[in-house]
Design a protein around this ligand. Structure first.
Ligand code: GLP
Length: 245
């Protein structure tokens, strides 16, 4: 795993956007795996800026999002669907037909999960997967204990994740306790992976997944098994690494 430590969130976002931009420039029909959460927001803003300056063309880019809350319709303001359109897709020239986000209000979740896996395969697999990380080490919504060979499926969310994600919901609105998520195994099939993390709250988990023994108790530690992983951390998220980069 290649670790890059930068001074702050803005620099992390800039380097991550340049990394993604390089991928799109080298392959205009790249398949991107995309993440939600607070961490990638700055990266998406930079990608939008690059697009507006005429540097990035998304016409042929395909995207697959990692996860979605089960039970939320795409129109729900708390859905990851809404988040992605609001924070990225509506600002760039992506073809809506090329955007895939798990359907939270599907009436047949098991069938949908298989369909999603098939769609990723039909697209030729993910070229570059962007990831954030939860404080319990989750990538996408693969909570502790997720098998390293898990596929797209329905999962329950941990108390810590529900509490962390409550900040995106209006007061009084409950965070759904289940989600559809790509599996750890699905994520590991991406050709190239970029994980970003910032802030002191992520320091402990970053040290564990990067420097500890790989364990299914820390989903992100599965990335140690992948040949092509880049991790961009700000100083605070990197502060507990033993081997200084
Ligand atoms: C959610 C998402 C993850 C994301 C995590 C971290 O649980 N499902 O994909 O990495 O939140 O979120 P944040 O970037 O807000 O810390």
């Amino acid at each position: 795993m290649k670790i890059i430590v930068v001074s702050n969130y803005d620099e992390m976002s800039k380097i991550a956007a340049e990394f993604i931009g390089k991928e799109i420039k080298s392959k205009r029909n790249s398949v991107l795996g995309l993440a939600t959460g607070g961490t990638p927001l700055g990266t998406y803003t930079k990608l939008i800026q690059m697009h507006k300056k005429g540097e990035l063309d998304f016409t042929s880019v395909k995207t697959f999002n990692l996860d979605e809350y089960l039970g939320l319709s795409p129109k729900d303001k708390n859905s990851y669907h809404f988040f992605m359109w609001d924070n990225l897709f509506k600002h760039i020239n992506i073809n809506p037909a090329n955007v895939q986000i798990p359907k939270g209000d599907t009436d047949n979740p098991a069938k949908f999960c298989q369909w999603y896996e098939d769609r990723i395969k039909q697209a030729g697999g993910v070229d570059l997967q962007l990831l954030g990380i939860g404080r319990d080490g989750h990538i996408a919504f693969n909570e502790p204990g997720s098998p390293f060979d898990s596929r797209t499926r329905i999962v329950g969310l941990s108390q810590e994740t529900l509490e962390d994600n409550a900040r995106f919901f209006e007061k009084g609105q409950e965070v759904p306790c289940q989600a559809i998520t790509m599996g750890v195994g699905t994520i590991l099939e991406a050709k190239n992976i970029l994980l970003i993390a910032n802030g002191a709250k992520k320091a402990e988990i970053c040290a564990k997944f990067i420097e500890g023994q790989p364990s299914e108790e820390i989903s992100a530690s599965a990335l140690q098994k992948h040949k092509n992983v880049t991790i961009i951390l700000d100083k605070e998220a990197a502060s507990k690494l033993k081997n200084k980069v």
